[in-house]
Write a protein that binds this ligand. Structure first.
Ligand SMILES: [Zn+2]
Length: 273
């Protein structure tokens, strides 16, 4: 099932492609025909992710009578999948629940558990319900971003600051900054909310995986020397304790320095900004 951070990436991608555009919406399969009719011709105001739910906010077409904003609510469930790309629209094959497109790009959805149109009030109800989900971590992400974004201290220090967030150890600090290609010296107030939210979502995933496995593995299989089988100890990390060795991604020598009383490991090429 797609995890929260996947939906967050998707929301970011759709924002990039469609934010501000007037969108066509239809439902080749017919299951979302009524919803499509309500949203078609609306302008996309933004896309938000709430855990495994996404909300596309539409402003109905300006030329018509004044109307209220509407939200496209999608929960992908086990089999739901969005695909996007440049026009032309691909030929409809199989069950396409809904499509959105502007003059340049399209996105289409198949197999989602939920696809519906919500009013502002219904969105509020949904969000209140989601607050009780394990995705409390998303709220914590917002709270911690408020602290990070007000600080000119380096992000590498803030991540270890227990007043900002609890529980991020030295391994996760080094690895999460590498995975997101963020220079540990970058001031907190120069990290965007979007970057922080993506980092936060991945951090939660990594930390949960660490709890499950009883060890910390942050590398993707393709980035390991031994790509299959159990993860060898020296294949488990990107930069942590790899100073003097070539970066797995770019080959630059991984550096180490004292930072906040602990050793910090990073790649000056991958994490240049
Ligand atoms: Zn590198």
């Amino acid at each position: 099932m797609p995890e929260g951070h996947t939906i967050l990436r998707l929301a970011r991608e759709h924002q990039k492609l469609f934010k501000g555009s007037v969108l066509h919406v239809d439902s080749p399969q017919g299951k979302f025909a009524e919803g499509a009719e309500l949203l078609d011709g609306g302008r996309l105001i933004g896309v938000q992710a709430f855990g495994k739910h996404s909300l596309h906010r539409f402003r109905p077409f300006e030329d018509g009578p004044p109307r209220f904003d509407l939200w496209l609510h999608v929960h992908l469930g086990l089999y739901g999948k969005w695909v996007s790309g440049p026009l032309p629209l691909p030929e409809v094959v199989g069950q396409v629940r809904l499509r959105i497109w502007d003059e340049h790009h399209f996105a289409q959805l198949r197999g989602a558990t939920v696809s519906e149109v919500l009013t502002a009030e219904a969105v509020k109800t949904l969000q209140a319900r989601l607050g009780e989900d394990p995705l409390k971590s998303r709220d914590a992400g917002a709270t911690s971003y408020a602290k990070v974004s007000r600080s000119s201290k380096p992000i590498g220090l803030l991540l270890m600051d227990q007043a900002v967030m609890a529980g991020v150890g030295n391994v996760y600090r080094a690895e999460i900054l590498f995975i997101h290609r963020i220079d540990p010296h970058r001031p907190g107030n120069q990290v965007t909310e979007e970057q922080w939210q993506l980092l936060w979502a991945d951090l939660i995933t990594l930390m949960r995986a660490g709890v499950r496995a009883g060890r910390i593995v942050t590398t993707a299989p393709a980035d390991r020397e031994k790509v299959s089988g159990p993860v060898r100890r020296d294949d488990a990390h990107y930069v942590y304790r790899r100073h003097g060795l070539p970066c797995r991604i770019c080959g630059t020598e991984v550096l180490m320095e004292e930072f906040g009383g602990r050793r910090l490991y990073w790649c000056p090429t991958c994490q240049a900004t």
